[in-house]
Write a protein of this length. Structure first.
Length: 369
């Protein structure tokens, strides 16, 4: 089964209900890039990558499509049987840009799963469950309103909450953490996410002003060097997110002992195939982590769910998908949805998601016959 044609699409995903507010930016809409890989046997595989704007990470939508333009011509005629060989071929065409290569990796897994008649989770080592935990991300907001939403989401079944802070005064951040804890208590696990926005001093202050509230402190500061200075000075465990830009960064964080867990983005780490190595390394070190992504529709959501199902549940921190924040689905017959705080893992071959014809309009680029 060889690659005959590659089509690239752009899909605008407006944020439902207003801006998605983080420390670094207020996001109104997202530009998702879709990759359609067509084979000489008539099978089609789909991949997706959707950076959350140009400042959250050193990734952006136009960069993804420029990287795809460098890679795609070199994949034409290649056999899909070995994803490792295809990964090698991509690396020979372009150095870095894992978030763009991830779209191809997802599409290759989709194709191979269809060819073998198995779900992507089987190709990633095998599912341990058919239903994975999700978590809800509470944007930076007024403390009382944030607490109200937190209670509502826990009542609807979410077992974990991510509380975004930073970009404002310390008093509001501390008040938000306290009010969310008062609203939900032990009914849900809590992560307090600084999105790189806190100084070392602010992180220490917040930690000491919330000593009795059990939460994971996610990416409080901008760099690994800043986070390293927090070691031994905080009462709360520290998780890394944005600093884990590739496999080497994760290995560095683990070897230096500065991370107690991780918030992983599947496309940032180069796709599900590369993330399995990180999953297994975290298992060896008994480090909890999530399996989510920055943004995107059903294709990324399906990839996250498949990978999440292969993680040992006691070390799993949830799978975040953008479904609560966007309208509609790529595949209305097999949508990836959050139900009672959990995501059903697709059981069909490949991703288990097939975008309906015409969903993405006209291709912005095509390669091959």
């Amino acid at each position: 089964m060889r690659i005959e044609r590659i089509n690239v699409y752009s899909m605008l995903l407006p944020v439902k209900g207003g801006a998605y507010r983080m420390a670094s930016d207020d996001v109104q809409s997202l530009d998702s890039t879709l990759v359609e890989v067509v084979t000489d046997e008539g099978l089609t595989g789909w991949g997706e990558t959707c950076p959350i704007g140009p400042v959250y990470q050193p990734h952006h939508a136009l960069g993804a499509r420029a990287a795809i333009a460098e890679i795609a011509p070199g994949l034409l005629g290649q056999d899909v049987a070995s994803i490792r060989l295809l990964t090698k071929r991509m690396d020979e065409r372009l150095n870095g840009h894992g978030y763009a290569k991830a779209a191809f990796d997802i599409a290759f897994l989709d194709l191979l799963g269809q060819r073998l008649g198995v779900p992507v989770s089987t190709l990633l080592g095998g599912a341990l469950t058919d239903r994975v935990q999700s978590y809800y991300s509470l944007i930076v907001g007024v403390p009382d309103e944030t607490a109200r939403i937190a209670a509502d989401k826990v009542s609807s079944g979410y077992p974990r909450l991510q509380v975004k802070i930073s970009g404002r005064n310390l008093e509001e951040d501390v008040a938000t953490v306290h009010k969310v804890w008062e609203a939900v208590g032990y009914k849900a696990r809590i992560a307090v996410d600084g999105n790189r926005g806190l100084t070392v001093a602010f992180a220490i202050h917040l930690d000491r002003l919330c000593p009795s509230i059990p939460f994971a402190f996610e990416q409080p500061c901008n760099t690994m060097e800043e986070v390293a200075t927090l070691k031994g000075r905080l009462t709360h465990p520290v998780y890394l997110d944005e600093n884990t830009e590739d496999q080497n960064a994760v290995l560095r964080a683990i070897s230096s002992g500065i991370a107690d867990g991780f918030g992983f983005k599947v496309t940032r780490l180069g796709g599900p195939t590369k993330m399995t190595a990180i999953r297994d390394l975290c298992a060896i070190q008994s480090l909890p982590h999530s399996c989510d992504d920055a943004w995107g529709g059903d294709i990324i959501a399906a990839a996250c769910a498949h990978l999440a199902s292969t993680v040992e549940p006691r070390r799993f921190e949830g799978a975040w998908i953008a479904q609560e924040y966007i309208e509609g689905h790529y595949d209305n017959a097999n949508p990836i949805i959050i139900d009672n705080g959990h995501i059903a893992v697709p059981q069909g071959p490949g991703l288990g998601v097939k975008p309906e014809p015409g969903t993405f309009g006209t291709a912005v680029a095509s390669y091959g016959s």
